[in-house]
Design a protein around this ligand. Sequence first.
Ligand SMILES: N[C@@H](CCC(=O)N[C@@H](CS)C(=O)NCC(=O)O)C(=O)O
Length: 239
Amino acid sequence: MELYLDLCSQPCRSVFLVAKALNVPFEFKHVDLAAGQHYTEEFGKISSMRKVPVMKDGDFILTESTAILDYMVQKHKGPDHWFPSELQSRARVNEYLSWQHTNLRANGSKVFLLRLVFPMMMGSEAPKEKMDAAMEELNTSLSLLENYFLRDKPFIIGDKVSVADIVAVAEIMQPVGTGVDVFAGRPKLSAWRDRVKGHLGEELFKEANEVIMRITELPQHMDKTALEMMKPKYQKMFS
Ligand SMILES: N[C@@H](CCC(=O)N[C@@H](CS)C(=O)NCC(=O)O)C(=O)O
């Protein structure tokens, strides 16, 4: 199996962490988004979507992190709790995976884009009102993760960790990488993050998050040609 990933990306970190946690044998194919490698002819042959993550298993190519997670868990039957077969626990995982795209993932990414990418593409800090609105939306998503999905359980499905926790942790690290303290005043969320980290192991958690934890260094060594190539897309998005 080949996994095309850039660990600065949240869905890529989810796929990487679950693959590692389940001991799925895979070849790590680095697609450097900041260097525009997803626009190359070579990557275009793998996926015309031009996004990561992508999984290639023999001739079978799959995009979309949540579909890849499901495929990996089904193929490499690990402990059942990762994506449980029991009806209601499985439904809880799917509930989180359906919710996150337009909530924690979207709102974490928005904060990430405004704090890190906006200045690179627009040459100034993001307007305060845009930043405040994005932070408010992120906080709403964090509260829903705490108060709806976690409640007083150790993990989203209950006593055991599942792919839903891994996806959520990977999402949270996106704004954290840009210096937002999402855990301030949220002891329940911090304790849950520590449990997930404990389950994965300190070393794997660190390996998965190394790139995002150094992401603020990106503007200093971003490839200038790639930056110019990406500007029109982001300028349209931000304006
Ligand atoms: N819904 C997709 C999202 C994939 C996605 O948006 N990937 C981003 C990185 S987080 C990407 O490759 N962006 C490149 C671009 O849009 O130019 C998933 O969950 O896999």
